[in-house]
Write a protein that binds this ligand. Structure first.
Ligand SMILES: *[C@@H]1O[C@H](CO)[C@@H](O)[C@H](O)[C@H]1NC(C)=O
Ligand SMILES: *[C@@H]1O[C@H](CO)[C@@H](O)[C@H](O)[C@H]1NC(C)=O
Ligand SMILES: *[C@@H]1O[C@H](CO)[C@@H](O)[C@H](O)[C@H]1NC(C)=O
Ligand SMILES: *[C@@H]1O[C@H](CO)[C@@H](O)[C@H](O)[C@H]1NC(C)=O
Ligand SMILES: *[C@@H]1O[C@H](CO)[C@@H](O)[C@H](O)[C@H]1NC(C)=O
Ligand SMILES: *[C@@H]1O[C@H](CO)[C@@H](O)[C@H](O)[C@H]1NC(C)=O
Ligand SMILES: CC(=O)N[C@H]1CO[C@H](CO)[C@@H](O)[C@@H]1O
Length: 848
């Protein structure tokens, strides 16, 4: 039948009923062995991670709203120390670092907040969220009993807790925060720190307790933490049980997908598998689940960790990088959330009984004074199973969980997706617009020709020097990706080794990228391969009699963010740097006088600022193509509408991009994903790992770059690129992202909802079959049986909608002329299908 409105309204009602709380009245958060308790009542907490710096304040309300519409009742975030305290005791809480505003947004929408103070966050964030200046402090050792570290950790976490309290954001103050976390995944590294690990954990806990936040403390992946909740992170946590018998089963990081890397393929975790993991967690007594990530977002600026974490942090999350529902994941989980919340009381208070059917098939029955809810879980990877439960037969597909809120009727199965699959498409700019007109200028490199100590340029005002090769972070404090190492070599023309022949220059670096110049000539560049960052650059060079200038530009691409002692991993040119002449005679330049200059000239001159003074001599003639060290600049009109905006940078090499002065991140579209390792089909069955279901092999590992709408003006936006390797900016374009196709897939007895986006409407139905259709979105095929009229019924529904709309005008939220519509999947709608036995489903492919 024709549906009106969206199924979301019921959900919103349910959620509101479950998690509304007054923003003024304090409430008490405790826990027992079953659940987190709010004012003494056990609760199911469905939470999602949204990291505030990975989107914009303008996006926050809608991200939180979509999380709530998706059935969540809590939002979790880390606190990002390195961004808040970029220099020691200089703080930044502005723009997308406005933690308080983010928490207020959560509160305003009636959701709970889970605050993970860290301060170590991992999170694929640069340097794991710890400031680089801290790593440079003498005697420091991260995440262990070390005074330098613990003093700073205490100083920063105290500052945050004080802010939170001042703003009354704790549950005990009527605020949204119900849980707080100290440290992060420490159990994964603690053995590396020996005995100090224990006392550091104890110290962290006593610090946490001294904050007197009156909400429980969590330490995820810390199996030996007295007095705090030990919780689980992973793709599956059903087999996890906290050591403390009085603690509930909490899943702080349920990885919804995986992150992108430069030179890596696109990860995909299916909706079926993620729902399976969540349903199984609840089947086995879990009561708090946090999706990591629910919205992944973007690593703006230089915040991506690494090395080689990409600018997109989409994470294949339920909300995509731009904030759109990632369908079917978002909708499939929303339906699960709705079911779970509807049986909250039974799950958190009921008695539990398990039936083991063998071969990984089990039933769990929750019983609260005769009110019952059941889970049928089949963890067998290959075999569907039909079980008999209380005289009735139930079919449970392989690697799936069925939920029966009354132990009789299955209302949800994790493998049966009843939600549309959205095929996202990119639209180029409005066709009447002229192509982008680029201007350019070279990165200033003239100084390479002279002697480095001449310091002829203003640019060298703050250069430093040392008679050794310095670790890169120590010199830069990570204020730029780039560091020049320059020295000069005197060649005596009479020396037979150095005077006549070509010699070999050998540079050993810890990574990640090296550009080599001798006497101002570019001798070559090299980038490290993903996961193998150390390399030796070797090239034969011709030296001249007298002074020679050797200039090495080292670039990092995100600092390490995980592992014990990661702060000691060296970056940049650590040497030796050698000249090797004839007869293998070698001259070691490592202890020469080296002059250090942090950053690019264009960075210091702020060429990326849109209000930068005009005297920078941008040129419009002879646009260089495929040339390294070039700055490009253009202006563009904002695309009309509200669809998210992206830059298509295919054709560029590597560098950084700014829109109206906002650093939208590093770009590296020329770095292709490996040819192998992808599969055209993806079986949701079996344990997920980041190498499963990869796509995009052989293609640019990140082609599109998000430009949040709030960075844009209606007219005259500036786009500046710094191109490090060489590329063709005339191939770049500004595009929008929207739903191009909505593929419906729903089982009999469900309602299929189709939704376009950005004001687009369903214009055509390319495929519709009610029966046992085969294949996936964009490759559907009719199966062995179907209702003969499937296509015309779906099309007619559209016609009927149009008709109803005509009559009722705006009263009906019909399909055509609107973005969404819904169809009852039943033989009543479609007529007999002639299918026997198998469960019938409707597949539709519609064009938006
Ligand atoms: C790095 O930052 C620290 C703390 O802000 C400061 O003391 C130090 O001088 C900086 N080092 C450099 C090389 O700028
Ligand atoms: C943090 O350190 C500064 C000095 O650097 C000090 O003034 C401040 O009191 C410290 N804060 C705490 C909570 O210790
Ligand atoms: C850590 O705390 C636990 C419990 O409070 C105690 O048993 C243990 O001795 C402490 N360990 C260290 C190294 O301080
Ligand atoms: C802890 O905070 C509560 C209110 O949140 C307050 O009543 C109590 O006095 C505080 N205790 C200490 C030791 O500061
Ligand atoms: C899955 O089921 C099949 C058939 O019942 C059985 O042979 C196989 O061992 C099962 N696998 C697991 C992991 O239980
Ligand atoms: C760009 O230049 C490099 C060498 O500088 C060359 O290897 C490459 O083929 C060129 N690419 C294009 C597209 O011209
Ligand atoms: C144990 C482990 O791999 N933890 C990772 C979980 O995923 C988050 C986010 O991707 C990482 O930050 C952790 O390192």
């Amino acid at each position: 039948m024709v549906g009106v409105g969206s199924g979301g309204s019921l959900l919103v009602l349910v959620i509101t009923a479950f998690c509304f709380f007054s923003s003024l009245v304090a409430f008490e958060v405790t826990y027992d062995n079953r659940a987190i308790k709010i004012d003494g009542e056990r609760k199911i907490i469905l939470s999602g991670s949204i990291h505030y710096p990975r989107s914009t304040p303008e996006m926050w309300p809608s991200l939180i709203k979509k999380s709530k519409d998706g059935g969540l009742n809590a939002i979790e975030t880390y606190v990002f120390w390195s961004s808040h305290e970029p220099q020691r005791r200089q703080y930044d809480f502005s723009g997308n670092l406005d933690l308080i505003r983010f928490l207020r947004n959560i509160q305003e929408q009636g959701l709970y907040a889970i605050l993970r103070l860290g301060p170590f966050v991992c999170a694929e964030w640069n340097f794991g969220g710890l400031p680089v200046w801290l790593g440079n402090m003498p005697g420091v050792r991260f995440r262990t009993q070390n005074d330098v570290y613990t003093n700073e950790m205490k100083n920063f976490t105290t500052l945050i807790v004080d802010m939170i309290k001042r703003e009354n954001l704790l549950a005990s103050q009527g605020g949204p925060i119900i849980l707080t976390q100290i440290e992060n995944e420490y159990g994964l590294v603690s053995s590396s720190y020996g005995d100090e690990a224990k006392s550091y954990v104890n110290w962290s806990i006593s610090l946490a307790k001294s904050f007197n936040v009156s909400v429980p403390w969590v330490m995820c992946q810390e199996w030996d933490a007295p007095e705090v909740l030990d919780t689980c992170n992973g793709w599956y946590c059903d087999q996890f049980y906290p050591k403390n018998p009085d603690a509930p089963k909490v899943w702080t990081e349920n990885w919804t997908g995986w992150f992108n890397e430069w030179g890596g393929a696109n990860p995909l975790r299916t909706a079926e598998d993620l729902a399976f993991a969540v349903a199984r967690f609840f089947q086995y007594g879990g009561t708090l689940n946090n999706y990591y990530m629910y919205h992944g977002g973007t690593n703006f600026g230089r915040t991506a960790g690494g090395p080689y974490i990409a600018t997109t942090y989409d994470y294949n999350s339920p909300l995509d990088e731009y904030g759109n529902p990632n369908q079917p994941k978002w909708g499939h989980l929303k339906q699960l959330h709705l079911v779970l919340q509807s049986i909250e009381k039974i799950l958190t208070y009921g008695e539990v009984r398990n039936i083991n059917y063998g071969n990984m098939m089990s039933a769990t029955i929750y019983d609260l004074n005769g009110k019952r809810a059941c889970f049928f879980g089949n963890a067998n990877e290959t075999n569907d199973r039909t079980i008999t439960f209380e005289g009735k037969k139930y079919h449970v597909p392989a690697w799936s969980v069925s939920v029966l809120p009354d132990c009789q009727a299955e209302v949800y199965n994790t493998a049966r997706v009843n939600t549309q699959t959205s095929v996202m498409v990119k639209h180029s700019r409005d066709s009447d617009e002229a192509p982008l007109k680029w201007t350019w200028r070279r990165e200033y490199l003239e100084f390479l020709k002279g002697h480095p100590s001449n310091k002829r340029s203003e640019y060298f005002r703050d250069a430093t020097s040392a008679t050794q090769l310095m670790e890169q972070k120590l010199v830069t404090n990570d204020s730029s990706d780039y560091l020049w190492y320059m020295t000069s070599v005197d060649i005596d023309g009479n020396d037979p080794v150095w005077g006549k022949e070509e010699v070999t220059l050998q540079v050993r670096t810890e990574g990640h990228i090296l550009h080599v110049f001798v006497n101002g000539r570019h001798m070559g560049s090299h980038r490290a391969k993903i996961r193998s960052y150390r390399f030796v650059f070797e090239r034969s060079v011709k030296l001249q009699h007298g002074k020679n200038t050797i200039a090495l530009l080292s670039a990092t691409v995100g600092l390490p963010n995980a592992g014990a002692y990661y702060e000691t991993i060296k970056q940049g040119i650590v040497g030796p740097v050698m000249l090797i002449g004839t007869n293998n005679q070698a001259k070691d330049l490592s202890t020469n006088k080296w002059v250090y200059k942090v950053g690019l000239h264009g960075e210091a001159a702020e060429l990326f600022r849109d209000d930068a003074p005009g005297h920078h001599n941008w040129l419009s003639e002879n646009l260089p193509i495929n040339r390294s060290f070039v700055w490009y600049k253009t202006t563009f009109k904002s695309p009309s509408g509200q669809d998210p905006v992206v830059l298509d940078l295919l054709g560029l090499g590597k560098g950084a991009a700014w829109v109206n002065g906002h650093h939208i991140g590093r770009y590296w579209p020329s770095y292709l994903a490996p040819e192998d390792g992808c599969s055209s089909t993806c079986d949701y069955r079996g344990k997920y790992n980041p190498n499963k279901c990869l796509s995009n092999c052989g293609k640019s590992s990140q082609r599109w770059y998000h430009v949040p709408r709030s960075f844009l003006r209606d007219e005259g936006n500036s786009l500046v690129l710094f191109e490090e390797f060489g590329g063709n900016p005339t191939l770049a374009s500004v595009q929008t992202v929207t739903v191009g196709k909505a593929c419906g897939n729903a089982y009999e007895g469900n309602t299929l909802e189709l939704l376009c986006q950005g004001g687009r409407v369903i214009s055509e139905v390319k495929f519709a079959s009610f029966g046992d259709p085969k294949g996936n979105c964009e490759s559907f095929e009719t199966g062995s049986c179907e209702s003969p009229n499937s296509l015309s019924v779906v099309e007619n529904l559209l016609v009927l909608h149009r008709f109803i709309m005509l009559i009722y005008k705006c009263k009906w939220q019909a399909c055509v002329g609107k973005e969404s519509c819904s169809i009852d999947v039943s033989e009543e709608t479609f007529g007999p299908s002639g299918c026997h036995g198998s469960i019938k489903r409707l597949a539709v492919e519609a064009i938006c």
